[in-house]
Design a protein around this ligand. Structure first.
Ligand SMILES: NC(=O)c1ccc[n+]([C@@H]2O[C@H](COP(=O)([O-])OP(=O)(O)OC[C@H]3O[C@@H](n4cnc5c(N)ncnc54)[C@H](OP(=O)(O)O)[C@@H]3O)[C@@H](O)[C@H]2O)c1
Length: 336
């Protein structure tokens, strides 16, 4: 039986780890005491469309529990990755395969630096997961897992397939991660709206904000000659053109492109609620940093970084679409 440790078991770690445990892998979830305490009677994992699983993984709060793992999945937020790597370096064996299932583009390199000699693969989670009650985690959107193509990835792919968990190995993982980052530019907009994703995306002004952020990001990535993978049925540039369409037309197309639960939210909204720092510096911040290096403008994403930092410090998190769009138009003139 494949031994899998999940380091930083929160929304993603509990959901993916719960599915892998329900699918027959020997899973150890390693997380904070407050999170693990809720799982004493097992974990309930559900998904959009009605799937439901119950599992009783081993629970731990210390990296030492990953000692014998064949595979270690890292699912902490980006700011905690360096510390996670340092803790795992003291605990895991030389043969353990490490996979980062985190947003952003820096986490796998950060783990590689902390874990010399180990195989560390980049990964991507295309869906949204939320804690919906004590010990209960729900996947609220469609999508699958992606892992960097590598001969050592086969063990993880087999464990996922045994659990009925869709996973795709990709050779173009960097382009996949940039594609996800472009989609994740909505995290900040969603969190600043204070609304569920479905409600936020139903508002044309919020979609204009997202179109402006994504168009700018795609221009910056093109200037930096970084390829961006298509992760939805439509290419990223088409999505930018579709976002500002009237509500009725957008609704018709969106239903065909991706499913979203009425309650699903970006986890950045949860970070505001919990008083935690967000990942905005690893999302919008990456675009701003790239733009600065390529000497091209990125006023929309720069403004969103500032608004999120202001919200982290207790500022507004209840913008209407019109208000947020006006803030972004004050720093540029988006044509969306
Ligand atoms: N949630 C989603 O829908 C979603 C979807 C796709 C991708 N992602 C990405 O997946 C990653 C994880 O997101 P998430 O939403 O699952 O985050 P999360 O719910 O905050 O889970 C991470 C957990 O790891 C814990 N942790 C951090 N450092 C630790 C350590 N040294 N030892 C033990 N536990 C530690 C955190 O505790 P503290 O909070 O106390 O530090 C937290 O409970 C992020 O990069 C995110 O962007 C999330």
């Amino acid at each position: 039986m494949t031994r899998i440790a999940v380091f930083g078991a929160g929304a993603i770690g509990c959901w993916v780890g719960g599915r892998l445990a329900a699918g027959g892998s020997d899973v150890t979830l390693i997380g904070r005491p407050r999170v693990m305490a809720e799982l004493a009677r097992g974990i309930e994992v559900t998904e959009l469309g009605g799937g439901s699983w119950h599992a009783t993984p081993t629970l731990a709060t210390d990296a030492a529990a990953a000692k014998d793992a064949d595979i270690v999945l890292v699912t902490v937020k980006s700011a905690a990755t360096a510390e996670a790597g340092a803790e795992l370096a003291r605990a895991i064996g030389a043969q353990a395969l490490v996979a980062s299932f985190q947003n952003g583009v820096r986490n796998a390199p950060t783990l590689r630096a902390a874990l010399p000699g180990r195989v560390v693969l980049a990964g991507m989670v295309a869906y949204n997961v939320a804690r919906v009650g004590p010990g209960r985690y729900h996947r609220g959107t469609t999508g699958e897992l992606v892992v960097e193509a590598h001969p050592r990835a086969e063990l993880l792919v087999a464990a996922c397939r045994q659990a009925g968990l869709a996973i795709e190995p990709r050779a173009d993982i960097a382009a996949v991660q940039w594609g996800k980052l472009v989609m994740n530019l909505n995290n900040a907009i969603n969190a600043l709206s204070g609304r569920p994703l479905a409600l936020q995306l139903a508002d044309r002004d919020f979609r204009r904000c997202l179109a402006a952020a994504q168009r700018e990001a795609l221009d910056v990535l093109a200037a930096a000659e970084l390829p961006v993978a298509r992760l939805l049925a439509l290419p990223p540039r088409w999505i930018v053109r579709l976002l500002p369409m009237p509500d009725w037309a957008f609704r018709l197309i969106a239903e065909r492109v991706a499913g979203v639960d009425p309650d699903a939210r970006s986890s950045m909204a949860d970070d505001f609620a919990a008083g935690r720092p967000t990942e905005v510096d690893y999302l919008q911040g990456e675009i701003v940093a790239l733009a600065d290096r390529a000497n091209v403008p990125a006023p929309v994403n720069r403004a969103l970084v500032e608004l999120v930092h202001a919200a982290e410090a207790g500022g507004r998190r209840d913008y209407t679409g019109a208000e947020l769009l006006a803030s972004l138009r004050a720093v540029t003139a988006p044509t969306a």
